[in-house]
Every structure is written in structure tokens, then in C-alpha cells.
Design a protein around this ligand. Sequence first.
Ligand SMILES: O=C(CO)[C@@H](O)[C@H](O)[C@H](O)[C@H](O)COP(=O)(O)O
Ligand SMILES: [Zn+2]
Length: 187
Amino acid sequence: MNRIIEQRLADHLEVLQKIQASDLPQKLKMCAECVTKALSGGHKVLFCGNGGSAADSQHLAAEFVGRFQKERKGLPAIALTVDTSILTSVANDYGYETVFARQVQALGERGDVLIGISTSGNSKNVLLAMEEAKTKGIICIGMTAEGGGKMTDVADICLAVPARETARAQEMHILLGHILCELVDHE
Ligand SMILES: O=C(CO)[C@@H](O)[C@H](O)[C@H](O)[C@H](O)COP(=O)(O)O
Ligand SMILES: [Zn+2]
């Protein structure tokens, strides 16, 4: 057990050090600029992802609508992962792959930002949401893992964490998401 704990902590640290040495901090700054511009212009941020990334979507949307660290007005953000009636009806009637795209079509507006989270970068429902977003003039930010999968071709800015394991990538996604919230608050 000790060996597993030590190894996972070391793995986590290694990914973090790779991020520090990569262009991800610069890309994160670009993401913060996009989100700040959207919010200042009266637009909103949409989030989507599956499993742990659905949880990240909800967590980060809550930081915007509620508060992150400092006192401010609530900022408009929606996790497209939370309404079980929408998710089940759209999945049932049109297919699971369309659950996020349908909501982007219904709720998204030019000037919004969509943040799609997928460690494989290949989850069809996240990719279709991004494709729908692009047809509407919505900027797409992707959070993925090493390689980035198909998301690298679809997202306007892709934060590909240099980790092959889903868990390690997810750990960094929430760190990057929290920094994004802080940068937006700062601006
Ligand atoms: O949290 C985890 C694994 O750490 C899982 O729930 C994981 O998010 C799910 O298997 C997802 O379906 C994976 O999808 P994706 O990250 O490849 O888009
Ligand atoms: Zn997980």
C-alpha cells in the first residue's frame, strides 16, 4: 500500500512539473482572456464532460455562479451535465452522443465559451457539442490528456495535460480549472 501511495504522489508531481515546463501556463492565460472577454460582454460559459469530467463541469460552473475566493456577483455558467430530464430525454430520443450538442444548440449563443472536458479527447458527445458550438460562434476550450485525441482538431484552445492516465489528467484539470477561476476573478 505504501508503495502505491508514494508512487501516485510521485506520478502526480511529475505531471505537475511537466506542466510547469510546457506551454500550458501560457495557454491557460489565453483561456482566461477568452472567458473574461465573454463574461464582460454579457455572455456565458458552458461546461460538459462525462464521469469525473461531468463532476468537474459542475464543480467549475459552481465556482462561477457562486463564488470562488473573492466576493463578487455571480457569473453566468452552466454545466450541461446536471439536468437528468434533459439528459435522459435527449439520450432516449436522439442518442447519448447528442446530449451536450442539443443543449449547446438550445442554450448557446455567439460569444459564449464552451469548456469540454475529456481525458481521451474522443468522447463523441463532447466533440459533437464542440462542433455545434463552432457553428454558433462559440469559442471552444478543451481539457484533455496527453495527445489530446480528436479534441485537438476541434477545440480552439486545447489544454492537453501531459499524462496518459485518466486519473492523473483529471487531477490536473481541476487544478487548471481553479487557476482559471482565479484569473477570471482577478480580471
Ligand atoms: O473519473 C473517471 C476516471 O477517473 C471516470 O468516471 C471517467 O471520467 C469516465 O470513464 C469517462 O467516461 C471517461 O471519458 P473521457 O474522459 O475519455 O471523455
Ligand atoms: Zn476520476
